[in-house]
Design a protein around this ligand. Structure first.
Ligand SMILES: NC(=O)C1=CN([C@@H]2O[C@H](COP(=O)(O)OP(=O)(O)OC[C@H]3O[C@@H](n4cnc5c(N)ncnc54)[C@H](OP(=O)(O)O)[C@@H]3O)[C@@H](O)[C@H]2O)[C@@H](O)CC1
Ligand SMILES: Nc1ncnc2c1ncn2[C@@H]1O[C@H](COP(=O)(O)OP(=O)(O)O)[C@@H](O)[C@H]1O
Ligand SMILES: [K+]
Length: 500
């Protein structure tokens, strides 16, 4: 599945028009029909009652007129309010305005006036064409999910940028159900908009699947082991911290082993050996005094993937270890302290990075390495399309020259020539992952997959998918140690559903 920008959506529509596949009018009719059918499918008990339909000045409003006509036909009492001058509606919206006007009234939408007590509200104010703040505070106050009425947003709850999922201006609508036309837009899976969308359904309006847009990471296949020696699955090296700081790297190690690395070695300073020896079995343990010792270890080319950062400390020693790992030209994951250690001099890190590296920052770590991009991504937005988390991750990957996985429910995985989104949203929402150590586990999953020979973007995407799936499978009460322990069940299910 792919997600689109507004411009990509318009291009697909233009191409369909030019080839004569469909007309705008037909698409609008299908959008409205699909919307009504989906509303009734989602809420089969919703009996015809009072519906308030808020129509905007563009084609999103046009969809609203179609919905008004169809709900009217099903016995609903329609109260339709139009923002702006009906004489300035675009052609297809104007045609549907005329068709509706033969059946019912069009009342000008005036903010702050009484809108009754509807059972259903349809937000057809703005969709992919929103470019500036919506100046309708009272009306947006109606479009809230804590009120009695069910709220349905056509394409996007009004006020949200459909390219970035960021709010344009101070206020934006919420919905119980958002109906995207043809394909989900980036804004349905990025930023704060997904929470405002409620449930998301994509409505087929008969446009071809062009394969355009950014790929959403789906269930991975090919992870089952199939013969071969343990070295055929790689040897991951995890670097751990000093005494009393070892938990994070132990979780990383266990996750790397569970995801299928043939061997995993945890290397720690001599003073931390005893503590770790008491806590490890299948993960091997090694003493590593300093960066020189690490360089010596890495002369063994069977150590084909390295993870470092969790619990490592953010001082000069860590910087030396990062330097050594990067100089050894290994597939590697840099997380947590391995990133923070370069907060004062990110360019030093960028100068050493190479395409086999994966950086896995959360928002805070991202801001330490890429403060300018974090500002663009987090500041208030007054116009659209807004700079998105995807734009930020892509710019970061270009600057770093490697894969960057920007964590969150909307995880973005970008390399200089590829980008994907992993959405732990909607029916894959996994708030249980907001627990200490989930990121250390992700680092282990990615390192294990790198050891198995996956390329950085694949390893990062699959790691993010597996992490979320483990959390969903475990359910409430999740702590990070549980994540690798439920992975076998997830892998078994994937294998059972693998094609052929
Ligand atoms: N593409 C397709 O194939 C299909 C698209 N479909 C539907 O079309 C929708 C896109 O339609 P759209 O492009 O007309 O944009 P839309 O969201 O209605 O808004 C644009 C209007 O709002 C105005 N405006 C903007 N911001 C404003 C503000 N803050 N406050 C006030 N005004 C503001 C803006 O004015 P302007 O910026 O030009 O001054 C313009 O008049 C899409 O979401 C889907 O529902 C479906 O029918 C299926 C097929
Ligand atoms: N609410 C959430 N929904 C989905 N995924 C989440 C959520 N909160 C955190 N995560 C994921 O869990 C991991 C947490 O990583 P991180 O913040 O580094 O935690 P830690 O440092 O404690 O290990 C990331 O992969 C992140 O995407
Ligand atoms: K809308």
């Amino acid at each position: 599945m792919h997600v689109l920008t507004a411009e990509e959506m318009r291009e697909i529509e233009r191409t369909a028009m030019d080839s004569g596949t469909a007309s705008d009018r037909v698409l609008m009719e299908r959008a409205g029909c699909g919307a009504v059918a989906t509303i009734l499918e989602e809420w089969p008990d919703l009996a015809p009652g009072r519906v308030l339909i808020l129509c905007g000045p563009g084609n999103n409003g046009g969809d609203g007129f179609v919905v008004a006509r169809l709900l009217h036909g099903l016995g609903w009492t329609v109260d339709l309010r139009l923002l702006g001058d009906p004489g300035k509606l675009p052609p297809d919206a104007a045609a549907n305005h005329a068709a509706w006007s033969a059946l019912g009234d069009v009342t000008p939408l005036v903010d702050g006036t009484d809108k009754g007590d509807p059972d259903l509200i349809v937000d057809a104010l703005f969709g992919t064409g929103l470019t500036r703040p919506v100046d309708l505070p009272e009306t947006l106050g109606l479009l809230r999910t804590e009120r009695r009425a069910k709220v349905v947003a056509l394409d996007m709850p009004s006020g949200w940028c459909s390219d970035s999922g960021r709010r344009i201006g101070a206020r934006a609508a919420e919905a119980h159900l958002t109906l995207a036309f043809h394909a989900a837009k980036r804004g349905h899976v990025l930023g704060d908009a997904p929470e405002a969308c409620g449930m998301l359904r994509v409505i087929d309006i008969g446009l071809p699947d062009t394969g355009d847009g950014v790929r959403l990471v789906g269930a991975p296949n090919g992870l089952a082991k199939a013969g071969g020696h343990k070295y055929a699955y790689g040897h991951a090296l995890v670097l751990g911290g000093g005494p009393g700081k070892g938990g994070a790297a132990r979780m990383t190690s266990r996750a790397a082993l569970r995801v299928g690395a043939g061997l995993v070695t945890l290397a720690v300073p001599p003073a931390a050996l005893q503590e770790n020896a008491a806590r490890l079995d299948a993960v091997m343990l090694s003493s590593m005094r300093d960066a020189d010792a690490l360089a010596e270890m890495l002369e063994d080319t069977r150590l084909n993937a390295v993870a470092l950062g969790p619990g490592l400390g953010s001082g000069g020693r860590t910087r030396e270890l990062v330097r050594t790992v990067l100089a050894a030209d290994r597939a590697c994951v840099l997380d947590a302290d391995a990133l923070t250690a370069f907060a004062q001099a990110p360019d030093d890190l960028f100068g050493m990075l190479h395409p086999k590296a994966v950086l896995t920052p959360h928002g805070g770590e991202f801001a330490r390495l890429f403060p300018d991009l974090a500002n663009l991504m987090n500041g208030p937005v007054e116009s659209g399309p807004a700079f998105s988390r995807l734009d930020a991750a892509q710019a970061a990957a270009d600057r770093a020259g490697c894969t960057v996985l920007l964590k969150g429910p909307d995880t973005v995985i970008a390399s200089p020539d590829d980008v994907r989104i992993h959405a732990a949203l909607y029916d894959r929402s996994a708030p249980g992952l907001a627990t200490a150590g989930a990121g250390d586990t992700l680092t282990g999953f990615i390192a294990g997959l790198l050891a198995r020979g996956l390329d950085p973007v694949e390893a990062a995407g699959r790691g993010a998918w597996l992490l979320t799936e483990c959390a969903l499978r475990f359910g409430p009460g999740l702590i990070a140690e549980d994540l690798p322990e439920v992975l076998p069940g997830v892998l078994a299910e994937l294998a059972a559903h693998a094609p052929g």
